[in-house]
Unconditional design. Structure first.
Length: 308
């Protein structure tokens, strides 16, 4: 091959490589989306904290800005920080970085929002905090004792006070089967009635305790007993099914019943066959597994399975 031809080929190859380098570097660095994403209140995703404000979103690995905005909103709604589909999150100096098998995006808090249509999260969060006084669960949703914030799915059809009442009611639920058309999405701790936006979401909160709409406490009118009560065999009391295993007993406040008395009464109900009817004047609310010595009485107790 002639030297001049070799030189021409070499220059052509080098030029092609040079042309490719900026594009490769740009793809690795990522592209900043044209509109900022607005986080309307201080929030967290697992152990990663995100202050309220506008965030620049930078995508990488071929992820689109629309997809990253949807994912960011979904992750902000996540309950426990265990993100779906292999996504991981790490804290950065002014935001967070999300990655999954070559895909990813980074959010960085900025002083001023820009663009339009970038998305937002948290516009219907209730101002008050709800306190859960002991570790509890609603079906498969585990709720550690502590403070929670309630966010409405829509402000047009459900108020914060009602959402707080419903959350307290669901915490009393015995088996995780919610009443009516209510359903629970465990991954986002979202309670929804029907297919629309009638419902609310809960999330642990480590900030300052506040009052107002959405505030509450559970259990408000009851006291959980120490230790646990063990049912040795699968059994039932009337329509209440009681699988074998440990149970927590909670006594109702204001009725004067002690934990020992509640345990003894529960044992009696288990040992005797009442053909589905408790001895008068005792009543049983199957949905919450609450036993009362008379309708509306504060003398009584509630039982709930302890699951791993």
């Amino acid at each position: 091959m002639r030297p001049s031809l070799r030189l021409t080929l070499l220059v052509t190859v080098l030029a092609s490589i040079a042309a490719l380098l900026p594009a490769s570097a740009s793809a690795q660095a990522g592209a900043v989306c044209p509109a900022t994403f607005q986080v309307l209140h201080n929030d967290q995703i697992g152990n990663v904290s995100l202050r309220a404000g506008a965030y620049d979103v930078t995508v990488r690995g071929g992820l689109s800005c629309t997809t990253s905005s949807d994912l960011f909103r979904e992750f902000l709604a996540d309950f426990d920080g265990r993100l779906p589909d292999g996504w991981r999150v790490t804290q950065t100096a002014n935001g967070a970085s999300f990655s999954r098998r070559g895909l990813g995006f980074t959010v960085v808090r900025v002083a001023n929002p820009h663009g339009g249509g970038g998305g937002q999260h948290g516009s219907a969060r209730c101002p008050g905090t709800f306190r859960v006084l002991h570790d509890d669960r609603i079906g498969a949703l585990r709720l550690a004792k502590g403070n929670y914030r309630i966010t409405l799915l829509s402000t047009h059809n459900l108020g914060c006070a009602r959402a707080s009442q419903l959350f307290a009611q669901f915490l009393q639920d015995y088996d995780g089967i919610l009443p009516g058309a209510w359903a629970l999405d465990v991954g986002t701790a979202t309670f929804r009635r029907g297919a629309g936006n009638y419902g609310f979401r809960v999330k642990p909160y480590s900030g300052t305790v506040t009052g107002g709409g959405g505030s509450g406490v559970h259990p408000r009118n009851a006291q959980r007993c120490p230790g646990s009560f063990r049912v040795l065999n699968n059994t039932r009391i009337g329509k209440l099914k009681l699988p074998h295993g440990p149970y927590k007993i909670t006594v109702l406040k204001g009725g004067g019943m002690t934990c020992q008395q509640a345990s003894s009464q529960f044992t009696r109900f288990l040992d005797e066959d009442f053909a589905g009817m408790l001895p008068s004047p005792w009543t049983l609310n199957v949905a919450s597994a609450t036993f009362r010595r008379g309708a509306g009485s504060n003398v009584g107790f509630r039982v709930k399975p302890v699951r791993g």
